[in-house]
Design a protein around this ligand. Sequence first.
Ligand code: URA
Length: 190
Amino acid sequence: CTSIAELEKAIRDFEGCALKRTAKNTVFADGVAGAPVMIVGEAPGADEDRIGKPFVGVSGQLMDRMFEAIGMSRARDLYITNILFWRPPGNRTPTLAEQAICLAFTRRHIELARPRLVVLAGGTSAKAILDTTEGIMRLRGKWTSLKLDDGSEVPTLPTFHPAYLLRTPASKRQSWWDLLAIDKKLRELG
Ligand code: URA
């Protein structure tokens, strides 16, 4: 695929992931393609499946408020997607096979969107994109350079998933440091 529109069509036409059969919608992306920050989450939940857009439920609303705190909005500064384009039944964690099937699409998505930086929301996304078995507790808050297949590299920051923050509000403190680090990095990048 050589454009985001082509990639979206390829994903919508793709029949290689069994999750598509139980999902109501293909959830591709939201926000602005070409925005400076690209957020990659895990998989659509019930609200996302119903509406067809990523991060529109309660955890997405928290994510919006967090980015608003550093002056960034979905309408202008963010491009949002997930590792998986279809909701796993009952919101179970996607299997490694399901993740592997969708990963090539997501990596190409990052190449085509060319964000200034990538934010990986939660352990599943971080492990899949960074190809590591390291957990989110160790990965979070540490910048890494994500190497893409076209030879480009993009600064990437794993952070807690907003659903985790809803369950564990005390961790919001670390997420606030991550938001400040994102703001700082964007300023450094100019
Ligand atoms: N959680 C995710 O990881 N992605 C969504 O789109 C919604 C909830």
